[in-house]
Design a protein around this ligand. Structure first.
Ligand SMILES: Nc1ncnc2c1ncn2[C@@H]1O[C@H](COP(=O)(O)OP(=O)(O)OP(=O)(O)O)[C@@H](O)[C@H]1O
Ligand SMILES: Nc1ncnc2c1ncn2[C@@H]1O[C@H](COP(=O)(O)OP(=O)(O)OP(=O)(O)O)[C@@H](O)[C@H]1O
Ligand SMILES: [Mg+2]
Ligand SMILES: [Mg+2]
Lengths: 225, 225
């Protein structure tokens, strides 16, 4: 399903080059549940942005469902991002002037889906935010914004969920509610790749890939689930 | 040092009222090290904003060093915020167009302190970011932005440190480096109030206050440090 071959990412800052990814290769099969861990600054979000078709590698190939992503047009990429991939950003990335409900409705509008309001409301209720649907991001707590971002990523029932630190602002019982939602998506055949720095959250996955200094530093199955 | 008496906070949203704090009272003595825990949406950040003199309660009193904060003028509040209180925001609140170095220099400029560049660079080195001082926030990872916010809060060597989820984006060994810095500040007599959802981080404090639905739901010393 997902195949990354010798991917590099260099950020050019004036004369200085920042090597965020230095040759990363791995495969994730359909239906896998993978956690990505590693120190701050090790390249995890950079990798997730490439997997989510939001950024392109400087070097190396990324194949999604056997297709070379670099060969796809912008409109094909946009269609894949809307139909196939749900993305939870580390910084939430909510529209500041839209309510929680409008933010979750957005992918449904883009995808031309019917019954948007009910489906968006249902997604918010699942993450415990039915009572805050009319709040804008600056009228929500940190963990509430995060959960709006999770509801938005799940509302199209994506084949692939990419979640970057989805529980960083949630107390443990609320993090567990999110993990139950993720497990259900995985049980139904969805593929999940989740960045986390919390071992208790990573243990919900079936495989952990470790990043360090822009490279893979370990890749093992999760034993104690 | 810090005394909160029956504090309420109501957010007025059109006709709807959101009761974020419903009568909170507690005392924190000078030199204490307190962790605040509780579910997402329980009022922790709202409380921190009031403690940091960034927002006023709807009802109730807040005494800082024996002075009723509501009686202080805006310029007195600004002076207290600059000289006495270091604040790490849950959403970092960095100036987007300034570099990491310029962000950490800001309190030193405001406070008219000499040797700003060296002191700001030293604060960044302590949190492991000497190599990223010239990056703007959108050229930094999530955990790096968080550490810039920590460096900025500590650079004036504040008497009171208010940190809202300071390690939410850091791998455990990097979180431990931040905990060592906080412990040193506390050893030197500084007062620390830290919001966290991670029990391993809360255990570094000496007392835990639990929030639930805008009220205090528990207040106990940390046994196993
Ligand atoms: N400006 C605002 N207008 C309306 N409601 C608000 C506003 N800011 C916060 N709230 C609401 O007040 C409640 C408390 O928010 P607060 O940010 O204090 O929670 P928190 O304990 O810090 O949560 P988290 O752990 O998710 O950061 C939340 O339910 C939130 O929706
Ligand atoms: N736009 C950019 N320009 C320059 N450097 C960047 C940019 N974005 C990220 N970087 C750098 O690339 C490195 C990797 O960043 P990335 O966001 O992928 O790390 P991360 O593993 O997600 O970290 P965290 O756990 O803190 O979120 C970091 O050191 C960061 O400073
Ligand atoms: Mg990241
Ligand atoms: Mg908060």
């Amino acid at each position: 399903l997902i195949r990354v071959v010798d991917v590099h990412k260099v950020y050019q800052m004036g004369k200085v080059q920042v090597h965020a990814l230095r040759g990363v290769s791995f495969v994730v099969e359909e239906g896998e549940y993978v956690a990505i861990m590693g120190p701050s600054g090790s390249g995890k979000s950079t990798m997730m942005n490439i997997l989510g078709c939001l950024d392109r590698p400087t070097k190396g190939e990324y194949y999604l469902e056997g297709q070379l992503v670099s060969k796809l047009s912008d409109s094909e990429l946009a269609r894949i991002r809307n139909r196939k991939i749900g993305f939870v950003f580390q910084s939430f990335n909510l529209l500041p002037r839209a309510t929680a409900l409008e933010n979750v409705e957005l992918p449904l509008i883009y995808g031309g889906v019917a019954n948007r309001r009910e489906r968006a409301l249902e997604a918010l209720r699942k993450v415990g935010l039915g009572h805050r649907y009319h709040h804008r991001p600056n009228e929500l707590s940190g963990g509430e914004q995060q959960r709006v971002a999770i509801a938005r990523a799940l509302v199209m029932n994506p084949a692939i969920l990419l979640a970057d630190e989805p529980t960083g602002n949630l107390a443990s019982f609320q993090g567990e509610i999110i993990m139950k939602i993720f497990q259900k998506l995985n049980d139904e055949g969805g593929t999940i790749i989740m960045v986390t720095h919390e071992p208790d959250i990573a243990r919900h996955a079936k495989r952990i890939i470790h990043f360090k200094d822009g490279m893979i530093d370990g890749d093992e199955p999760v034993r104690e689930r």
